[in-house]
Design a binder for this molecule. Sequence first.
Ligand SMILES: [Fe+2]
Length: 348
Amino acid sequence: MFSDRLEAKWIDMFVSVFELCKVKSGDTAAILSETQSREINVHLAELALYRLGAKVFHVQLTTPPQNTPVPVRSTGASNAVQGIQPVITALASSTIVVDCTIEGMLHAPELPHILKEGARLMMVSNEHPDVLERLVPDPLLTPKVKAGIKMLSRADFMTVQSDAGTDLKIDITDTSGTGVWGYCDRPGNVAHWPGGLVLCFPKAGTVNGTLVMDVGDVNLTFKRYLESPITFQIEEDYVTHIAGSGVDADLFREYISAWGDREAYAVSHVGWGMNQAARWDALTMYDKQDINGTELRAFAGNFLYSTGANEAAKRYTLGHFDLPLRHCTIGLDGIVVVENGRLQGDLS
Ligand SMILES: [Fe+2]
């Protein structure tokens, strides 16, 4: 579909994102990639950082061998760094790390060590620049995401309902909200581009009810819109029953069971999309190779339910589904923040 050719407009766009990250002349900037990374983004990052006068260097790892029963997708937990200490040291002593690994370093075990000296990490989601171009971070979104994070952190209960049959109750007492507005401008910050998300990792034993993925909801591990509904029973965080007779339910059952790991069935994170520029229908416009699907995690008003690793609940697994649902109503302590898939009040 695309020619992977450097375009001046894309260098400009990377420059504008790094300006939002407050990269300035003389800063040290590490571009982290692996041998299977999307080369055009690595190259665009380099050219843009040079234009800002940064001292740029590349850290490129060899994409490690596969050691899992199924392809790993959409975990946000790259294993590219492989714990290699000199790599961690080089990244940690930089002003900014531009993360061009395939999966991204958001949940990588090395991340805390990279950030602890004050490096910040900007993950460029593994999207074709054509996607990134439509979703250059907008500073006007930032206060809205921050407002959402506050609301989530203060609330004790999240409820999620839909006409399709979703009815979830999530105890979020003493649970901090987090979020991404699309750029990192302070020491220790982490962001990804595209951004626009508010979420939390619920504590153990706090999620109960029914989750119904309807036709048109999205399974981002498969980069696929559902064509037949799936109903999940969730008891104390774990999917205990998967009902549905279509191929979507079959694919879900097959992939999740392939991990042979009960933790793959538990909740990872819950939250909602905040980005009005991100589009639910974007998957129809691209080949799977061209996208990582972060746009669909961020489209405004989706309820994002995810299964897999959850540090807050001390659960670790590589199986991960990100499942954006449309047309849900999300309440925080009884106050509706998303109504039938539309952001409300300060969030809109
Ligand atoms: Fe996720």
